[in-house]
Design a protein around this ligand. Sequence first.
Ligand code: HEC
Length: 133
Amino acid sequence: MKFKLIIATTAVALVGAVVAANTQRDAILSGYAAQAGVSGFSADAGRQLFMSQNTGGKPATPSCSTCHTSDPRNVGHTRVGKVIQPMAVSRNPERFTDPAKVEKWFGRNCRSVLGRECTPTEKGNFITYMMSL
Ligand code: HEC
């Protein structure tokens, strides 16, 4: 009886954590939509950004997929071989839930790959793609 109650409580806590994460991610997306002046984003455009091969940034990192692999459901690796947990929200529900973390890494990685900041539209498309997988 007690055991069942613990399982039920744990299940409720887990569902609660996922709901909270989804709310935080939605708030981040709404912020980018407001900045961009759009009402929605494109997973397809996000996929194109993710897969694109670029020459404007650092030669060692022509693409987001260089580190995050061509399938964001996979574990990726930094240039020095450090593991990067999957970017796809279905594999990693904590993704895109901390605004400071999201902005820090968009800043760093867009400059490395594209040689410039990503626009709010690109950021929204990217996250929308990661939510679609
Ligand atoms: C040099 C390797 C590398 C490349 C190239 C790279 N990333 Fe990343 N990315 C990382 C690392 C390392 C982290 C932080 C570790 C983590 O979150 O697991 C990260 C995290 C992120 C995050 C934070 C996600 C979160 O949990 O909030 C975003 C957003 C992101 N990357 C976007 C991009 C985009 C967009 C591109 C392409 C323009 C890109 N990355 C290319 C290595 C890379």
